[in-house]
Design a protein around this ligand. Structure first.
Ligand SMILES: NC(=O)c1ccc[n+]([C@@H]2O[C@H](COP(=O)([O-])OP(=O)(O)OC[C@H]3O[C@@H](n4cnc5c(N)ncnc54)[C@H](OP(=O)(O)O)[C@@H]3O)[C@@H](O)[C@H]2O)c1
Length: 336
C-alpha cells in the first residue's frame, strides 16, 4: 500500500508518503480500499504530536476515510468484501488501504461519493451526537448554533433544520452568513465583537429575541467556547440546554452553578468518540440518517477542495494557517 508512515512527530510538510506492506485484517477488523480521506484540525495536531493522545511512532495517522471493503477478519458480522463504507479510525486513514475495527465502519449509500462521505464523517457524526442524541432537538425547537459556518457548526445547522427546528446561526462575516442561510438556518446573525460584555449584550438583545418574542432558545450548540459560551447561556429560555461541542476559540469556559440554578438551565457535553463504544446503535442510526440526507440532496458535505494524495500534508498546513473554509478532502487515487 501507499501511505504516510509517521516515523517522528513534526510539522505537516516534514512527512512524505511511501510504499508500505499491505495490511491483513485481524479478528474483528475490516480492510478498506480507501478512496478518499477527510482532513480535520485534529489531524494537523496529531502529526505534530500536539493532539491530546500521542501514539508512539511509527504509525500511519488519519481518521476519516471512505471506500470499499476488500476483506474482513474473523468475527466480522456486518460487512463483506465489496460493501461501500465510510469509517472513522483512531489512526491509519492516510493510506490507500485502511484497517478499521468493525464499530468504526458504517455502510455508505452508492449515491454518496467517497469524497462527500469522508468529508462529512467526523463533523456530521459530532453534530448528530450534539443535536439529536444529547440535546434531543425536535420539530419546532428554537436552536442557536455558534461557529455556524465551521465544519461541525454547518452540519449542526443542517441536521437541526432537517429535524424541523428553527435555527439561528452565529457567524463573523457576511460570506459565512450566506453559507449558514444556505444550510437551512432561518437567520444568520453576524456578531464581530467577541469581548465578553458586548457579546453577552448582543445575545440578550438579538439572539434570544431572534424569533420575535423574549421566550429565548431551547438549545444552544456551542462549538466556540470562551466568551461565546458565556453569551450563549443568555440566549436560553425556560429549561434551555447548552451543548458543549468544542473550543474553537481556544478558551475553555466555566459555568456559574447559581446562574444555571436561577435560570433552570442544563449544560451538557457532546464527545463523539465515546459514542463508538457506549452508544454504537444510536450512532449507526444517526450515520444512516445523515448519509440519506446527503444522498437525497437535503444536506451538503460542504467539500470546498479535493487534493491529490501527495498534497495531503499541504492540506493540513493550510488548515493550521486558517486558509480553509468548508471541508478539505484528499483522493488517494485507489478505485474499487
Ligand atoms: N465534541 C467532539 O467530539 C468534537 C468533534 C470534532 C470537533 N470538535 C471541536 O469542535 C470545534 C469546532 O470544530 P470545527 O471542525 O467545526 O472547526 P472549524 O471548521 O474550524 O470551525 C470553527 C468555527 O469557530 C469560529 N471561531 C471563533 N473563534 C475562533 C478561533 N479563534 N479560531 C478558529 N475558529 C474560531 C469560526 O467561526 P466565526 O469566525 O464565524 O466565529 C469557525 O468557523 C473545535 O474545537 C473542535 O476541536 C469536537
Amino acid at each position: 500500500m501507499h501511505g504516510y508512515l509517521l516515523e517522528t512527530y513534526g510539522p505537516p510538510l516534514s512527512h512524505a508518503a511511501k510504499d508500505l506492506p499491505d495490511p491483513q485484517p485481524g479478528p474483528g477488523e475490516i480492510l478498506i480500499l480507501n478512496e478518499a480521506i477527510g482532513l480535520n484540525y485534529p489531524d494537523a495536531l496529531m502529526v505534530q504530536g500536539k493532539y491530546q493522545k500521542r501514539p508512539e511512532p511509527p504509525f500511519v495517522p488519519g481518521r476519516d476515510c471512505a471506500g470499499t471493503v476488500l476483506a474482513v477478519g474473523d468475527g466480522v458480522k456486518g460487512f463483506a468484501p465489496g460493501d461501500k463504507v465510510v469509517a472513522q479510525v483512531f489512526s491509519g486513514a492516510f493510506a490507500d488501504r485502511v484497517l478499521a475495527p468493525e464499530n468504526r465502519v458504517f455502510a455508505r449509500p452508492a449515491a454518496v461519493s467517497p469524497v462527500d462521505a469522508a468529508g462529512a464523517m467526523t463533523v456530521f457524526n459530532t453534530a448528530y451526537v450534539a443535536v439529536a442524541i444529547r440535546a434531543g432537538v425536535k420539530a419546532g425547537d428554537r436552536v442557536v448554533v455558534t461557529g455556524a459556518a465551521g465544519g461541525v457548526g454547518a452540519a449542526a445547522v443542517q441536521l437541526a433544520a432537517n429535524l424541523g427546528a428553527h435555527v439561528v446561526g452565529i457567524v463573523s462575516s457576511e460570506e459565512k452568513a450566506e453559507l449558514v442561510r444556505r444550510s437551512g438556518a432561518q437567520q444568520a446573525l453576524i456578531i464581530t465583537d467577541r469581548a465578553e460584555e458586548p457579546l453577552k449584550n448582543a445575545f440578550k438583545a438579538q439572539v434570544r429575541t431572534a424569533w420575535g418574542d423574549d421566550r429565548g432558545a431551547d438549545v444552544v450548540i456551542d462549538t466556540v467556547g470562551g466568551t461565546m459560551f458565556q453569551a450563549g447561556l443568555r440566549a436560553l429560555g425556560f429549561a434551555g440546554r447548552l451543548v458543549v461541542v468544542g473550543f474553537a476559540s481556544g478558551e475553555i469556559p466555566a459555568a456559574k452553578a447559581n446562574y444555571l440554578l436561577y435560570n433552570n438551565l442544563t449544560v451538557m457535553g457532546a464527545p463523539l468518540d465515546i459514542h463508538f463504544d457506549e452508544a454504537l446503535d444510536r450512532l449507526r442510526e444517526g450515520t444512516a440518517w445523515w448519509l440519506s440526507l446527503l444522498a437525497e440532496g437535503k444536506a451538503r458535505a460542504n467539500v470546498t477542495a479535493v487534493l491529490p494524495f501527495d498534497r495531503l500534508m499541504q492540506g493540513l498546513q493550510d488548515i493550521l494557517d486558517r486558509k480553509v473554509t468548508g471541508k478539505l478532502v484528499v483522493e488517494t487515487g485507489a478505485r474499487a
